[in-house]
Design a binder for this molecule. Structure first.
Ligand SMILES: Nc1ncnc2c1ncn2[C@@H]1O[C@H](COP(=O)(O)OP(=O)(O)OP(=O)(O)O)[C@@H](O)[C@H]1O
Ligand SMILES: [Mg+2]
Length: 375
């Protein structure tokens, strides 16, 4: 049985393994965290990314390695590259780890981005504010996720506080986009260069965290779908990419502006487990194994809601027709993603009714009886 090594044993790794077992794949994870969502599914090496002996132990006998976590140090992957093929390519990972590199890459391919400027010093920030205007977002170039490492600057009076909050690391100032919608495109390419694209997903964020994803995207038009695919296709080719790649866009007055990319399976693609012919997780595995890609066609319409902070009453959710519950086995904590629910339906009225029920269940909160498995 082929063995796939995965850096990161969080929920994305867990869903990769769940998608891979029916295909006859085996898994091994590498994650330095004491508890990890995927650790009950396969062997896991728990060591620091700098531990070369542990990296070698992990790599021994793997057929291919991949990552589900964007901030794996590139050096750790370079180390095991000598022993085992690693996909997506490390150059894509390195670009995706730095918002500045990412934006430059988009621009070099003619993919529009919101105006931005590098900020390393307090005077860079003053200059960037003059150039870009306010409101704007000050972001760390590296290590940001779920809205962490970013501060909105509404007026000149907020500049000092934003600087105090983030200074000491490379930063970027970006125009605040009054978007009409946020969308993402999930693309996949295998080792022989075959590509496939999922339909545009419309995403709603709250406080920097993804709340929900919907397909088909209400804001999508055939022109927008085509534009997003063309941008994704350019990136796949430029990066000689293998695996699933997600690109997040702002839609502003009909124009797609790239926000960021994720060189991995993505939260805005979780709906594909039930809502597409082939899930993003399965297609990622097919791509890195160099197997034929599966169809990305929709199976009806879907909406996915993240479960964040506390676990809701699961029985109430399971009573909703067309509701598919996924819990990641993580301990509840404010702002932490603990699971998601995808609702599928084959017409709008059914979806709307089921979605109302789900929203009420999520708003009602915990049943109190559910013990998380990972303490
Ligand atoms: N320039 C901007 N203008 C308007 N809203 C923004 C801007 N930058 C970020 N946001 C909002 O904050 C959300 C999170 O931002 P972004 O995707 O840059 O951060 P992240 O922390 O890397 O998130 P992710 O969890 O997607 O990796 C965006 O989806 C959007 O809703
Ligand atoms: Mg984002």
């Amino acid at each position: 049985m082929p063995v796939v090594g995965v850096f990161g044993a969080g929920q994305l790794g867990r869903m990769l393994a769940l998608a891979g077992y029916p295909l006859g794949l085996q898994f091994r994870f590498f994650d330095p965290a004491p508890e990890a969502s995927a650790e009950h599914l396969a062997d896991r090496v728990c060591a620091s990314y700098e531990d070369q002996a542990a990296l070698e132990r992990f790599a021994a006998g793997l057929d291919v390695a991949t990552f589900e976590f964007e901030n794996v140090p590139v050096g750790a992957l370079e180390h095991i590259c000598r022993a085992v093929p690693v996909f997506p390519p490390l150059s894509a990972l390195a670009i995706g780890q730095d918002r500045w590199e990412e934006k430059r890459c988009f621009e070099s391919l003619g993919i529009p981005v919101p105006t931005y400027a590098r900020v390393d010093t307090r005077s860079d920030l003053e200059e960037a504010v003059r150039q870009i205007g306010l409101p704007a977002m000050l972001k760390t170039r590296r290590m940001g996720y779920d809205g962490k490492g970013q501060v909105r600057i509404r007026t000149a009076g907020d500049v000092e506080a934003a600087w105090q909050a983030l200074q000491g690391q490379p930063l970027l100032l970006e125009r605040y986009v009054e978007f009409d919608a946020e969308v993402s495109v999930l693309a996949v390419r295998n080792r022989t260069g075959a590509t496939a694209f999922y339909p545009l997903v419309e995403n709603v964020h709250g406080d920097g965290i993804l709340l929900s994803s919907r397909v088909p995207a209400p804001c999508a038009t055939p022109q927008l779908e085509e534009q997003a695919r063309a941008y994704a296709d350019k990136l796949l080719r430029r990066l000689d990419y293998v695996g699933v790649l997600a690109i997040e866009f702002f839609l502003e007055r009909g124009v797609l502006l790239a926000n960021e990319m994720a060189p991995r399976v993505h939260n805005s693609g979780h709906w594909t487990i039930e809502g597409a012919e082939t899930s993003q997780f399965e297609n990622h595995l097919r791509a890195v194994m160099n197997w034929p890609l599966g169809s990305t066609a929709l199976r009806g319409m879907s909406v996915m809601y993240n479960i964040t902070g506390t676990v809701p009453d699961i029985e109430r959710i399971l009573r909703i027709p067309g509701a598919h519950l996924h819990l990641y086995g993580k301990a509840p904590k404010p702002r932490r993603k603990l699971g998601h629910v995808t609702i599928t339906a084959d017409h709008h009225e059914a979806l709307a009714q089921r979605e109302r029920e789900l929203r009420m269940a999520l708003a009602a909160g915990s049943s109190g009886g559910l013990e998380p498995r990972v303490a």
